[in-house]
Design a protein around this ligand. Sequence first.
Ligand SMILES: [Zn+2]
Length: 410
Amino acid sequence: MIVYEFKVKGKDKQYQAIDEAIRTSQFIQNKCLRYWMDNKESKVDKYALNKYCAVLAAEFPFADELNSMARQSAAERSWSAIARFYNNCKKKVKGKKGFPKFKKNCRSVEYKSSGWKLSDTRKAITFSDNKGIGTLKLKGTYDLNYYDIKQIKRVRLVRRADGYYAQFAIDIDVRVESQPTNQIVGLDLGLKYFIADNKGNVEQSPQFHRKSQKQLNRANRKKSKKFSKERNKAKQRQSNNYHKARIRYARKHLKVSRQRKEYCKKLAYSVIQSNDLVAYEDLNVKGLVKNRHLAKSISDAGWYTFRSWLEYFGHKYGKVTVAVPPHNTSQNCSNCGEKVKKSLSIRTHVCPHCGYTEDRDINAAINILRLGLSTMGHTGTYATGDLPSWAVGASLLSNGESLNVESPPL
Ligand SMILES: [Zn+2]
């Protein structure tokens, strides 16, 4: 499965229609969640939610206006949040189990194989349900003419700070034959470095977010200055100047997240190209981000994005990616195996047992590679039967920044 993204061009009225479709999709997701919460004894499953969509369409005219498969798609999104929660409970994940939440700021709506039609040139798409989106021009460098329409499994409309986008999820096998490199690598994801490998190579942290922080802060202050508490109290709309400032701020954020994505993608591509096996830590990024002191640097670092691209390219080029449990990879001595306790501030591993001295992160990378080799055959999230993180439906859940939009020049 591959996702291509285009910017779409239409009239303001059409953009409003897209917003309305997104709102309806969100409404259905939330209604499905409520239905599941209210009927827990009766074991509401995926199919029950699908059926419930028809009930909603009969009850609410605006839900009826949305294409029926787009309604189902909304129910599926709701279900995937519920399924994730069930899964966490079953696996007895420590701490919060991620009870599904009601959506407030959905930014996308997803159609499946009906409710839309591509033009003959495939440079425009027409939505035919009763939301009134109509025909949108597709702006981008990809050519949809290469694919059979049947291969397009989903079409998703996404709202971002700088406009509207259409994503096409195309069912093709992206795998490409590649020559073995006879190289294997273990990666440590660090704070001092972005990654360090077992051979001693390090890739410095990009720290986009910090660099742009000044600009972001300024934009944020401007936004706050224009926010009127009185209007908020009176439930009036904020001024146009406030909304302008808000959009400027959001665009800055978008720019930073795109930079990070490009960076992660290029790095993951080069790691996959130069190795046959890549081992890395199976970090619970969510848990780590909760630690306030680390939070900034970690979400800065974009490991999640990096890992997703690593797994994607690994699949594409037939390379093995192994996620290993991160227990003690930085503590244990990679030379003799003894545990050598050290706090985060100690950057060098000095083993009192065998005298081995190495950079902390490189020592960890060696341990990771060894663990990776010993768990071979269990290749990360992909071999466990779960969907890989870049699969459609898995990555197309969240806010609309999908990870696997391929761009031609790498
Ligand atoms: Zn040692």
